[in-house]
Write a protein that binds this ligand. Structure first.
Ligand code: ARG
Length: 463
């Protein structure tokens, strides 16, 4: 970073140079330079609009547009000298433009302030990033559907309180994950739609005396509307908070998947194999294969939740309109974007490669009297009130615990000790296959229902 001192773009009313430490302390160029494309895009549109309304001459506009092209190329090619004394991305670009094109460059900032400029840049940047993130969520959802299709018939224990509760199909479990991601994508779409409103024209806070055509600039930049109040336009960061809230929920979902993947790939569960390429070894214990990707994603949830709290706290109590505090919005926002993109990418790559260990899942589902509810339902169908059926099954389970036998392993005579209305057909419902197949309504775990849910999901994703 270039440390040269030079005349500030705002230096007119100052009688001594900025303290060197303060200059570095207040600069944002180290992190806001990642918005250079959006800053240039906004400047192009602003210059074109100024020309259309007669504030800027066509000749100046042409020179500015050419100069901005050159600045963009210099940045892309790593030839641009970013300077801390030029404070932020906006003034670095404007100052370089003026070096290249002379006076026309100094006319670009007419009817504009860095306050509406930065608010516009962030929205443009975040809009693009949300599209990338949604695309990654879609890829992950595709992977979940692919795996769910393969595992539609695979029986595993469903848990409550992490205790075996009732048998479910692995495909059904995967489709629960799909639903979470589907809501996440929807939340990002909502956030993007509400955000796509243009602050430019708000100027510093009060609007501007130039006859700007804000709708024209908005059209050039692909905004759906213009901010309706200039004070709000420059100071609103709701969209950043909404995005981080959606991001925190995405990470929270990913951390729940991660927790299950970590448990399931352990020797104690042994429900799945995670492919080696998503795991790492230990430098001391040669036998180890650690589920690092899910663990790291689970860990990264903390920082994204933290960024949401940072932004809420940043905005709390800020008086209207712009305050320098707002410069602090960028690092939490950018880190949220990076963390989401990285975590989603890792999951989208990993999920379709998960292999189930069907025998172990099946064995585990047999433990813990997972078909006890099916036996109670069977008795109800045969005429017993549900509460009485509950009692009967409770006794049968107590007997099973004592004898070390699952319900399906008891003989008909053994079962009949608890209720005489039990007959041979009880074994249809006591098997794991019978139990899952019976849950065949919308949202149920039956293999056929899972296949239906997958088909519906494909449809919903394309809507
Ligand atoms: N770097 C500043 C930010 O990120 C740009 C806006 C500065 N405006 C000002 N009046 N100091 O918020």
């Amino acid at each position: 970073m270039n440390k040269k001192t030079e005349q500030k773009l705002w230096g007119g009313r100052f009688s001594e140079p900025t303290d060197a430490f303060v200059e570095a302390f207040t600069a944002s160029v180290e992190f806001d330079q990642r918005m250079f494309r959006q800053d240039i895009q906004g400047s192009r549109a602003h210059a074109q609009m100024l020309t259309r309304v007669g504030v800027l001459s066509q000749a100046d506009c042409d020179v500015i547009l050419k100069g901005l092209d050159q600045v963009e190329k210099e940045i892309e090619n790593g030839l641009f000298e970013w300077s801390v004394s030029r404070e932020d991305v906006h003034m670095n670009i404007e100052a370089r433009l003026t070096e290249i094109v002379g006076d026309a460059g100094k006319r670009l900032h007419t009817g504009r302030s860095r306050n509406d400029q930065v608010a516009t840049d962030i929205r443009l940047y975040l809009r693009e990033q949300i599209a990338f993130i949604i695309a990654e969520i879609r890829r992950l959802q595709e992977g979940m559907l692919e795996l769910a299709e393969k595992e539609a018939d695979t029986i595993m224990p469903g848990f409550t309180h992490l205790q075996v509760a009732q048998p479910v199909t692995f495909g059904h479990h995967l489709m629960a994950w799909f639903e979470m991601m589907h809501r996440d994508a929807g939340r990002l779409q909502d956030c993007a739609a509400r955000m796509n409103v243009m602050p430019l024209g708000s100027a510093a806070l009060a609007g501007t005396s130039y006859p700007l055509d804000r709708h024209y600039t908005a059209e050039l930049l692909g905004f759906n509307d213009v901010c309706r109040n200039s004070l709000d336009g420059v100071s609103d960061r709701d969209f950043a908070i909404e995005f981080c809230a959606a991001g925190a929920l995405i990470m929270t979902h990913l951390s729940r998947f991660s927790e299950e993947l970590v448990l399931w790939s352990s020797a104690q569960f042994a429900f799945i194999h995670l492919p080696d390429r998503f795991c790492t070894g230990s430098s001391i214990m040669p036998q180890k294969k650690n589920p690092d990707v899910p663990e790291l994603v689970r860990g990264k949830t903390g920082r994204v939740n933290g960024h949401l709290v940072s932004l809420l706290t940043l905005m709390k109590s800020q008086p209207l309109a712009y305050n320098k505090d707002n410069q602090e919005d960028k690092e939490p926002l950018f880190d949220t974007i990076d963390t989401l993109r990285g975590s989603l990418r890792a999951f989208a790559d990993m999920v379709p490669a998960i292999q189930s260990r069907k025998e172990n899942m099946y064995k585990a589902a047999k433990q813990g009297f997972s078909t006890a509810t099916d036996l109670a339902d069977y008795l109800v169908v045969k005429g017993l009130p549900f509460r009485d059926a509950h009692e009967v099954v409770g006794k049968a389970v107590a007997y099973g615990v004592e004898q070390g036998k699952d319900l399906s392993e008891m003989s008909l005579e053994e079962l009949q000790q608890f209720s005489e209305i039990i007959t041979e057909d009880v074994f249809d419902v006591l098997t794991l296959e019978g139990s899952v197949a019976a849950r065949k309504h919308i949202g149920g775990t039956a293999p056929d229902q899972v296949r239906q849910a997958i088909a519906d999901a494909r449809q919903r994703m394309s809507e």
